[in-house]
Design a protein around this ligand. Structure first.
Ligand code: C2E
Ligand code: MG
Ligand code: MG
Ligand code: MG
Length: 280
C-alpha cells in the first residue's frame, strides 16, 4: 500500500512538473512572436507630487495579451530574461515609449511629463545597449531628459562597469532610477556609491512600515536619511490607502500606487491626470 501511495505521489509531482514545464514552453514560444503579432502594449501609471498636487511623471508598464489570455509581467518577464527575448522586447518598449511621447506632444493632451521605463539586468548588460538607446531616442527626436531608466539593485551588485554605463547614460541626458529599493542587500552601500536621480522604495517596505506603527521601519530610516537630499527624488510605490498617504505627507516624496491610479492604457491617461490634479 505504502509503495502504491508513494508511486501516486511521484506521479502527482511529475504531472505537476510537466504542466509547469509545458506552460513555460508555451509561453516562451508565444512570447517569441508577441512583437510581430502586436500583442504587446504599454500601460502608464501616474507619479504624484502630493505637496504640489501635480502628476510629475508616469511609469510605462508592459502588458501582454496573447490569444489564450492575459499574462502578468511577473510571469513573462523572467522568461524573457532567461531566454534573452528581453533584449528585443526591451527595445520595443523604448521605441513605443518614444512614439507615445511624440504623440502626446503633438496632440498636446496634457503637459508632457517624463516617462519611466523598466530595464532588466540582462538588457542593461547586453552588447550595444547604450548605442541602441541613444539611436532610438535620436531617431524619435525626443528630449532624453523625458526618459527615466529604472534599473534594479541587482544590476549594480557585481559591476564597476555599471557605474560607467550609468554615468554615460546620464551624460546623454537620461535620468536613472533605482527600482525596488530595499529588497536587495547592498542598499545603503549602493546609494552612497552611485550617482542616480531617483530612488524607488519597494512596496514591500511600505507594508512592513505602516502595519506596526511602533516599529522603527526601514522605510522611515530611508525617508529620514533622504529628507534633506535635494539632488535625489524619492518615490514610494504601492500606495493603496489614504492612511499611507497621510503618513507620507511629512516627507518630501513622490507617490505612486493604486490609491491614485492603476496603470492605464494611454487613451485613459489624460482624464486621470486631470482628475488627480483637480483633487490633490
Ligand atoms: P515595478 O517596475 O516595480 O512596477 C511596479 C509594479 O507594481 C507594477 O506591476 C504595478 O502595476 C504594481 N503596482 C503599482 N501600484 C500598486 C499598488 O498600489 N499595489 C500593488 N499591489 N501593486 C502596485 P506590474 O505592471 O505587474 O509589473 C511587475 C513588474 O514587471 C515591474 O515591477 C517590473 O519589474 C516588471 N516590468 C513591467 N514592465 C516591464 C518592462 O517594460 N520591462 C521590464 N524589463 N520589466 C517590466
Ligand atoms: Mg519599475
Ligand atoms: Mg518597483
Ligand atoms: Mg520590479
Amino acid at each position: 500500500y505504502a509503495k502504491e501511495k508513494g508511486k501516486n505521489n511521484y506521479q502527482f509531482y511529475t504531472n505537476e512538473l510537466n504542466e509547469r514545464v509545458t506552460r513555460k514552453v508555451k509561453l516562451e514560444n508565444s512570447l517569441r512572436r508577441a512583437i510581430e503579432k502586436q500583442e504587446l502594449k504599454l500601460h502608464y501609471q501616474p507619479l504624484i507630487d502630493i505637496h504640489r498636487g501635480k502628476v510629475v511623471g508616469v511609469e510605462a508598464l508592459l502588458r501582454w495579451n496573447p490569444s489564450f489570455g492575459f499574462v502578468s509581467p511577473c510571469d513573462f518577464i523572467p522568461i524573457a530574461e532567461e531566454t534573452g527575448l528581453i533584449v528585443p522586447i526591451g527595445e520595443w518598449v523604448l521605441k513605443e515609449t518614444c512614439r507615445q511621447i511624440r504623440e502626446w506632444q503633438n496632440k498636446e493632451v496634457f503637459p508632457i511629463v517624463p516617462v519611466a521605463v523598466n530595464v532588466s539586468a540582462r538588457q542593461f548588460k547586453s552588447a550595444n545597449f547604450i548605442e541602441n538607446i541613444k539611436q532610438i531616442i535620436h531617431d524619435a527626436n525626443i528630449d532624453p531628459t523625458l526618459i527615466q531608466i529604472e534599473i534594479t539593485e541587482s544590476v549594480m551588485l557585481d559591476l564597476e562597469e555599471s557605474r560607467e554605463l550609468i554615468q554615460e547614460l546620464r551624460e546623454f541626458g537620461l535620468k536613472i532610477a533605482i527600482d525596488d529599493f530595499g529588497t536587495g542587500y547592498s542598499s545603503l552601500h549602493l546609494i552612497s556609491n552611485v550617482q542616480f536621480d531617483t530612488l524607488k522604495v519597494d512596496k514591500s517596505l511600505l507594508d512592513k512600515g505602516f502595519q506596526n506603527k511602533n516599529n522603527i521601519s526601514i522605510l522611515k530610516v530611508v525617508l529620514e536619511a533622504t529628507k534633506h537630499s535635494n539632488h535625489m527624488t524619492i518615490v514610494v510605490e504601492g500606495i493603496e490607502t489614504k492612511e499611507q498617504v497621510d503618513v507620507l505627507r511629512a516627507y518630501n516624496v513622490i507617490c505612486q500606487g493604486f490609491y491614485f491610479s492603476k496603470p492605464l492604457p494611454p487613451d485613459q491617461l489624460a482624464e486621470k491626470i486631470k482628475e488627480i490634479t483637480d483633487q490633490e
